[in-house]
Write a protein that binds this ligand. Structure first.
Ligand code: PHE
Length: 343
């Protein structure tokens, strides 16, 4: 009987056939089960004599079933592995990789440099009203500076009748910050600005960063130190000299334009050097006009400060050697890669 049962198991060529063989031997009506049941009716002596053989048969059949079952499972797994191929030698799809735009990169650098000096980052709306963009900055109606800004105006006014416009500089963020009144103030305000102007060095949309410090007893010395520290950190060298030229902005008094020294190296202007070959203008600055401080509701007798405004796109061009401002906003990856920005 054992031989016959083992032969059945060996002949089972599928999991179903094997299950049929199991039921035939060990199922409720199975032949081995029937033999096991006969043990109960036997006399103790007879049972002692016959039990080992019957138990041995059951164990042999169970072991054969298990071995065959394992064989089928392994075969099924092998078949699946063969079917589901995964070719690890295939080249990887490169996928889309992005990179930070130079303007964003410079904004991040500025935020970091000024954070070290205790400046927070402030923001304001790009759609402004003429009070914040001009009037509060001591540029009243009909002031010639308004015409110089080539302003984009909207047709509509706001609820209080103020003309709406695209901010022409980041200086309105000075106003918005001072109006909040949380003195002392140390902020930079980077962002988009707009003027109706377009050539190789002007785009209708461009970027500025504003700086504003308001505290007690702030002097030109603080302004000069801050700008020097900023420029040296930004261009990553200590031998940079600044030249402060008297200038005019309605919202600062005195006002200064600030130049950085450059050296001519192989016909190229490289910022830095203790004995510069020439000067490049990089920003406008000055002591905040008392009228501006007063327009924001602060007492100019108690609070003084300085402000500066600087073109971010120009800062990026100077640091990374780019020469056409318009290319910044063309979205041409070849241009970005050329300057080491594209992935
Ligand atoms: N807002 C000025 C401009 O756009 C720059 C500036 C800012 C000058 C702050 C002085 C102080 O030209």
């Amino acid at each position: 009987l054992q031989e016959e049962l083992l032969a059945r198991i060996a002949a089972a060529d599928s999991a179903e056939a094997l299950e049929a063989a199991r039921i035939h031997a060990l199922g409720k009506q199975g032949v081995v089960t029937a033999l096991l049941k006969t043990l109960g009716a036997m006399s103790p002596e007879e049972r002692l004599a016959r039990a080992p053989a019957i138990q041995g048969l059951r164990e042999a059949v169970a072991a054969a079933l298990q071995a065959r079952k394992t064989g089928f499972e392994r075969a099924a797994l092998d078949a699946r592995l063969a079917a589901e191929t995964l070719d690890l030698s295939l080249p990887v799809e490169p996928g889309e990789r992005g990179s930070i735009h130079p303007v964003s990169q410079v904004m991040d650098e500025l935020a970091e440099i000024f954070a070290d000096l205790g400046f927070a980052v402030a923001t304001g709306p790009e759609i402004e009203d003429d009070w914040h963009n001009f009037t509060a900055l001591n540029i009243p109606d009909a002031h010639p500076a308004r015409a110089m800004h080539d302003t984009f105006y909207f047709d509509r006014t706001d609820e209080s009748g103020r003309k709406m416009l695209l901010r022409t500089h980041t200086s309105p963020v000075q106003i918005r910050t001072m109006v909040q009144g949380a003195v002392p103030i140390r902020i930079i305000a980077p962002g988009r600005t707009y003027r109706s102007d377009s050539d190789a060095t002007h785009t209708p949309m461009f970027h500025q960063v504003e700086g504003l410090v308001i505290d007690r007893g702030i002097t030109l010395g603080h302004l000069k130190w801050t700008l020097e520290t900023f420029v040296r950190a930004y261009f990553e060298r200590d031998d940079i000299v600044l030249r402060l030229r008297p200038s005019y902005f309605p919202f600062t008094e005195p006002s200064m334009e600030v130049d950085v020294g450059y050296q001519l190296i192989g016909g190229k202007r490289v910022i830095g050097g203790n004995e510069p070959d020439g000067w490049m203008e990089i920003l406008g600055s000055g002591m905040v006009h008392p009228k501006v401080i007063a327009a924001c509701g602060l007492d100019p007798e108690q609070w003084q400060g300085f402000a500066f405004g600087c073109g971010i796109d120009r800062l990026a061009m100077l640091k990374y050697g780019m020469d056409d401002l318009r290319a910044f906003f063309d979205g041409d990856l070849r241009w970005l890669r050329h300057y080491g920005f594209g992935a």
